[in-house]
Design a binder for this molecule. Structure first.
Ligand SMILES: N[C@@H](CCC(=O)N[C@@H](CS)C(=O)NCC(=O)O)C(=O)O
Length: 251
């Protein structure tokens, strides 16, 4: 049986989206802690990691039996769905799949900017992200969220229609992290459809197990968490994932 290694840390948005998918499908995997941006032995810029994922970012998925490795959260989710026939989350009807792919492309440089505009500046002080870059990212994110509010989420329960798909798992990685019970760095009052969608997403299987890291770090709107807090939240979250996977029948 294929054994899966997922490289990353739970605090990473695209890593969370991938392991939420694996949890939902009760697919055993091992999270291999990998420091984003580090050239060290366990880092995403180490030569051995770059050999698996040339973009040097987390997540990366590795199949230990075939040796196949794949980076980029969306590519990984689409691969897993196609390989395992998870057509509920990535439909095989071309038009339905097209709507999922629309979001997966739209996500980058739109919704993904939530992290660079509001979360990374608090968490990664070392990056010294200029105010002007933060402001632009916030504007881009807000415009992207308005698009979701006024079209897909006004017309359907989820982003690609009335069924939850990997588009929602990806979007929640960014949008979900901003909620009051997590980082609390964005005001959702003007986005009622998005709020309804967020509430629906919280009811999806394994939501809580996939988001322990955010619950543990909590509100960062006033004070940035220390590196120790982030580290210990990541470690605790890895423990929760391990316990969840041990409960799967195929594990
Ligand atoms: N397009 C990539 C982006 C992944 C990404 O930005 N990962 C961050 C952590 S959340 C990272 O690895 N940063 C380290 C670096 O860029 O060196 C995806 O969606 O998988």
């Amino acid at each position: 049986m294929t054994s899966l290694n997922l490289y990353g840390v739970p605090f990473s948005q695209p890593v969370r989206s991938v392991f939420w998918l694996l949890l939902m499908k009760e697919q055993p995997f091992r999270l291999v802690p990998t420091n984003p941006g580090s050239k060290g032995e366990r880092g995403s810029r180490h030569p051995s990691y770059l050999a698996m994922n040339p973009s040097g970012t987390i997540p990366c998925l590795e199949e230990t039996d075939t040796g196949y490795a794949l980076g980029e959260g969306h590519a990984i989710m689409a691969y897993l769905c196609q390989k395992n026939g998870w057509t509920d989350l990535y439909p095989d009807d071309l038009q339905a799949r097209g709507r999922v792919d629309w979001y997966l492309n739209f996500h980058h440089r739109n919704i993904r900017d939530a992290s660079s505009g509001m979360v990374a500046p608090k968490i990664r002080k070392d990056l010294d992200i200029p105010e002007s870059v933060q402001d632009r990212a916030k504007r881009t994110f807000t415009a992207g969220l308005t698009t979701l509010e006024e079209r897909p989420l006004a017309n359907g329960r989820f982003i690609a229609g009335d069924q939850l798909t990997i588009a929602d798992l990806s979007a929640y990685g960014e949008i979900g992290q901003l909620q009051p019970q997590f980082t609390n760095v964005f005001e959702f009052d003007d986005f009622p459809n998005v709020q309804r969608w967020l509430a629906d997403m919280q009811q999806a299987p394994f939501h809580d197990e996939a988001h322990t890291v955010l619950a543990e770090i909590g509100d960062i709107s006033r004070e940035a968490p220390s590196m120790d807090t982030i580290r210990s939240a990541n470690i605790d979250a890895i423990g929760v994932l391990k316990a969840a996977v041990e409960g799967f029948s195929g594990a």
